[in-house]
Design a protein. Sequence first.
Length: 219
Amino acid sequence: MPVRINPSILAADFANFERELGRIGTADLVHVDIMDNHFVPNLTFGPAMAERLQELSTIPLDVHLMIDDPDRWAPSYAELGAYSVTFHAEAAADAVKLARRLRDIGARAGIALKPDTPVEPFLDLLPEFDQVLVMTVEPGFGGQSFIASTMPKLVLLRDAVKRTGLDVWLQVDGGITEDTIVVAAEAGADTFVAGSSVFRGDPADNIAALRAAAEAHVH
């Protein structure tokens, strides 16, 4: 099973995005956290910044929308060329309709679940999504500790993906280090968002170490 390492640009040097993007050229996608200070208590980027990152990046954008009313706003990120657009189940009015809209535009459609959001209601809907993001911290801020109690959701998702044969990526985001990536990979994740553990030090070395740790434990 392929392992994907998606560095979170939220942990990069905002004053030098072009240089920072160049330092993560061995990554699979660039994870872009969009926060509106409503759905989560933090404010980060919007469409203009995402569009500029799209212009600068040599690898695809993995946009994670932590915003209210994604039904209205998510399609604009697909339209600017993002490879993957993930919205939160807790914020969407009609998750299936929105996912189909994103796919129609040409993006992969992802759905994200907060740590306390159960996964069971979405297992039968997996054909509608290209990615499920299991948040391993409360969304809103980087640098939080990994919540191991979210792992049973990944086990259920991996079992469902195997049973159906669907091409659905299972992503984790929050507190990912060389240690916790092993826990998440063993539970069933194949796509990993990492912030400070990539950008602190040499990103290429860190990406390689994270990838090796995950590859030894995916199944």
